[in-house]
Design a protein around this ligand. Structure first.
Ligand code: COA
Ligand code: AMP
Length: 635
């Protein structure tokens, strides 16, 4: 069947507002919009101003009160505890309503912020939806971040309440959340009024009197009292959530997502981009702490009336490299969405794909990969072992959904390995040189998106319109800067090659090397430092810290290295995967003092590099090569 992609993309280009107004018919609105798009509000305009709606109503109630009441909405599958918990849409609604009543009782009102710091348990999803129900703004913080990172987010979002759990589970260890939560609240200048704590049997915790409420007890009381909490009408332009993502400094960016445009974009994507029908089982193997979890574990599948899977486990080791195939076959998954790193991990442990035939994958149709560049070798391995199309798609926390892909629902286009496909409706993607001039097909440059961004993208950063403007809009007037470098070929396919800023991608997780440098610089023996992302066969990239010690430091360098690793783990969290520190005598710099991070990265990766013309002292690069060699890194 011929793809409808070109026809649909052209129809969007001809009439963007008409296109999104048509897509918006799939959503229940309490009040229609005054305009589809208002170019004069917000830093670049706002979608569906004046409209009133509720995301929880569209994701839960309209299914629970209609034909899908008895259909499974959510399956929690924990590879750690072997537990399976299943919720129909009616049951999901009951859980969400009860928790919404508890939030209300704790004083949470429309517009208040609630931080959710939880492992991959259904209650994390209930908490997101309960906030949406009462018009509160949730901010989920990934469990792998340390107390200090949580504190930074508390200070920025100023939550009235935090919903958390006694523990999370990682392979071979239970992670005590309570001390992390307590420390974060102690570090933070803003103090939340209270916490709701889910006690998990693997490790319970002492509740703090006067501050903490027991999740299960309070929800049970709300259910026993048959509390009713209707979905509160909010403006389409009101924030649904804030999700912090790495910027170039230690201060993360609070990406704001609105209610109306977000629903329209996600609902459209499920059928047209992902080719999934209501009632089918969709699985995003990510974490609710990341944008993929927000969009494709929680909101998109539920808005579309699918069954979504919440998987607590890893692709390997829980218990083996067949874990993903087990989940697919057990729950009848039709589409899986994960990061290429998960497949590299599986391939590393089961290169011949020997686990695959042990499972019934007959209902499985498509594999979607995103979060980092999908290397052709991994894509081909997955295609061959699973005998399904493998779709690489490119997006960012900021966009909340794919910017480009091979649109399965509209009809697949020919595959080009190494390319995350073609721009989706809503995205006019261009490649500009550093001076802002368009480049010819096939030429590498800055990947930008012509404004306005489509519905579902961030309208701004939380309480930071100026930072939003400076970070994304200022450099290329009229365009959104993605901070990715890449090119578009003669057939209109995009190739995303690298970030143009200090962001690195570790196992599909976006991390700031600048933030790590800020932490290292706090070590009393460190004079100067630079962190770069170096190639890693499984995680894509891992951070490597180069450290210059203060003159006169007589301590054992190995001890300083160990302390530096611990410091980053304590401040940023284990998710940073910061394990390598190389002590060097001096950092390579340009004559104007800029650290030559890109050259250091090339040396560490054993790639060819040329001596930068502006380098202050060329001998430093040899010193770095030598220091890396002693650590077994580089060519
Ligand atoms: N709470 C506490 N700690 C966490 C955590 C959480 N929620 N999530 C991860 N961590 C810890 C891990 O235990 C690990 O700690 P360690 O250094 O002591 O081993 C560290 O953070 C790094 O975790 P992770 O990135 O998950 O690496 P891993 O080596 O444990 O597993 C993969 C590697 C590839 C299997 C895993 O990253 C993966 O499945 N990634 C693909 C899916 C994905 O998450 N994509 C995100 C965007 S789509
Ligand atoms: P995040 O905000 O965590 O989703 O990270 C976004 C960044 O990840 C992008 O700016 C890219 O650098 C990278 N990325 C995501 N998906 C892809 C992809 N399919 N191909 C290449 N890079 C990707």
């Amino acid at each position: 069947m011929a793809s409808r992609y070109h026809e649909v993309y052209e129809s969007w280009k001809r009439d963007p507002e008409g296109f999104w107004a048509e897509a918006a018919r799939e959503i229940d609105w309490f009040k229609p919009w005054d305009a589809v798009f208002d170019p004069n509000s917000g830093p670049y305009g706002r979608w569906f101003p004046g409209a009133e709606c509720n995301t929880c109503h569209n994701a839960v109630d309209r299914h629970a009160d209609g034909a899908r009441a008895e259909q499974l909405a959510l399956i929690h599958d924990s590879a750690y505890t072997s537990e399976r918990r299943k919720f129909t849409y009616a049951e999901l609604k009951a859980e969400v309503v009860a928790l919404a009543a508890v939030l209300r009782d704790r004083g949470v009102e429309k517009g208040d912020r609630v931080i959710i710091y939880m492992p991959m348990v259904p209650e994390a999803v209930f908490a997101m939806l309960a906030c949406a129900r009462i018009g509160a703004i949730h901010s989920v913080v990934f469990g792998g971040f340390a107390a200090k990172e949580l504190a930074t987010r508390i200070d920025d979002a100023k939550p009235k309440l935090i919903v958390s759990a006694s523990c999370g589970i990682e392979p071979g260890r239970v992670i005590d959340y309570k001390p992390l939560l307590d420390k974060a609240i102690e570090f933070a200048r803003h103090k939340p009024e209270g916490c709701i704590i889910l006690q998990r049997p693997q490790q319970t915790c002492e509740l703090t009197p006067g501050r903490d409420t027991d999740y299960a007890e309070s929800v049970a009381a709300a259910r026993a009292a048959a509390r009713k909490v209707p979905c509160v009408p909010v403006l389409a332009t009101d924030p649904l959530y804030i999700l912090y993502t790495s910027g170039t400094t230690g201060q993360p960016k609070g990406v704001v997502r609105d209610n109306g445009g977000h629903m329209v974009a996600l609902k459209w994507s499920m059928e047209n981009e992902f080719g999934v029908k209501p009632g089918e089982v969709f699985w995003a193997a990510s974490d609710v702490g990341w944008v993929v979890g927000h969009s494709y574990i929680v909101y998109a599948p539920l808005l579309h009336g699918c069954t979504t899977i919440l998987y607590e486990g890893k692709p390997v080791g829980t218990p083996d490299a067949g874990a993903f195939w087990r989940v697919i076959s057990e729950h009848g998954v039709v589409a899986l969405f994960t990061a290429p790193t998960a497949f590299r991990a599986i391939k590393g442990q089961d290169p011949k794909g020997e686990f695959v035939p042990n499972y019934d994958l007959s209902r499985f149709r498509t594999l979607f990969l995103a979060g980092e560049r999908a290397d052709p070798e991994t894509v081909k391995w997955a295609e061959q072992k699973l005998s399904v199309p493998v779709i690489d798609h490119w997006w960012q926390t900021e966009t909340g959904g794919p910017i480009s892909q091979n649109p399965v629902g509209l009809g697949r286009l020919p595959v080009k390995y190494g390319s995350p496909g073609v721009p989706m409706p809503g995205y006019d993607v261009r490649i500009l040189d550093d001076a802002g001039h368009p480049v010819t097909a096939g030429t590498l440059g800055n990947v930008v998106i012509k404004l306005p961004l489509p519905p579902g993208c961030l309208p701004t950063l939380w309480n930071a319109d100026r930072r939003f403007h400076d970070a994304y809009l200022a450099e290329f007037p009229g365009f959104y800067k993605t901070a990715d470098a890449g090119y578009i070929d003669g057939d209109g396919y995009l190739f995303i090659m690298a970030r143009t800023d200090d962001i690195i991608n570790v196992a599909g997780h976006r991390l700031s090397t600048g933030a790590m440098e800020e932490v290292l610089a706090e070590h009393p023996d460190v004079a100067e430092c630079a962190v770069v992302g170096i190639a890693d066969a499984m995680k894509g990239q891992v951070p490597c810290g180069f450290v210059v010690l203060n003159s006169g430091v007589a301590r054992d360098a190995g001890a300083v290295e160990k302390e530096a690793v611990v410091l980053v783990r304590e401040r940023i969290g284990p998710v940073a995967a910061f394990k390598t520190v190389v002590i060097i005598k001096r950092l390579p710099k340009t004559r104007s003092g800029k650290i030559l991070r890109a050259t250091m990265q090339k040396i560490a990766d054993g790639e060819p590099w040329t001596m930068p013309a502006t380098i202050d002292d060329p001998a430093i690069l040899d010193e770095i090569g030598e220091a890396l060699k002693t650590r077994g890194i580089g060519g």
